[in-house]
Design a protein around this ligand. Structure first.
Ligand SMILES: [Zn+2]
Length: 226
């Protein structure tokens, strides 16, 4: 179990002060905790309709979402300094992934520096990134017995595809070898190496044939990009 205090987070009333979490502006709000059944606690905001409570987070205008209470998962699972991400660099995310701000910033950099320019060149601007996994209390590659996955700490995110402005869906599973988007997907995947410490995709190890896995790795670890 993790202690429920981080970045000035107190109970159900959350006061985030400037710079405590690298937050660019002070946010004061209240909400109630709800479990989604998978160990993820999320904040619901009275009368929000899903919209309010969302704004600039993680100290970057290009990162939009909500700050939520720490996720206290089973065993060593959990996320300290958790946020629900809505968009990065103007590109929507198909679900609101629960991650840390470090993960959010890496995703933001990758989208701005690689995904957007590569997709624009390949055909059309990217509108939405399809997220297939984010926080999850599980072992590496979804296996029991190994160490905990970076997903178990909100430090990893899986991407299964992209929806372009012309509504074309580019999927890792079916487009990795397509004449139209195969090269673009490879370039996009290569560009994640740097913002993220570990990158895995089709051909890496057999566990990532239908999605791209990106995580921040252990602190100080060398890049592991396949
Ligand atoms: Zn993953």
């Amino acid at each position: 179990m993790r202690t429920p205090t981080f970045c000035g987070l107190t109970g159900f009333f959350l006061i985030f002060s400037v710079s405590a979490c690298g937050v660019g502006s002070a946010v004061s709000t209240s909400g109630s905790l709800a479990s989604n059944g998978s160990g993820v606690s999320s904040a619901s905001f009275p009368g929000s309709g899903g919209g309010s409570g969302t704004g600039t987070i993680c100290g970057k205008k290009s990162i939009q979402g909500q700050i939520i209470p720490n996720v206290d998962g089973e065993g060593d699972c959990g996320v300290e300094g958790a946020v629900l991400l809505q968009s990065v660099s103007g590109v929507a995310l198909s679900s609101q992934p629960t991650v840390t701000c470090d993960t959010a910033r890496a995703l933001n950099d990758w989208v701005a520096d690689t995904v957007k320019p590569v997709m624009s060149r390949a055909g059309a601007d990217v509108e939405t990134i399809q997220i297939s996994a984010h926080y999850a209390c599980r072992g590496m590659n979804g296996q029991n017995g190994g160490g905990l996955s970076e997903h178990a700490h909100g430090r990893a995110i899986d991407v299964s595809g992209f929806i372009l402005e012309n509504q074309r869906q580019v999927r890792v599973h079916s487009d990795w070898n397509s004449p139209e988007y195969g090269l673009a997907l490879r370039e996009i995947h290569s560009g994640a190496c740097g913002p993220f410490r570990t990158t895995l995709g089709p051909g890496s190890d057999g566990f990532h044939e239908d999605h791209l896995h990106y995580d921040l790795g252990q602190r100080g670890s060398p890049l592991f990009c396949r």
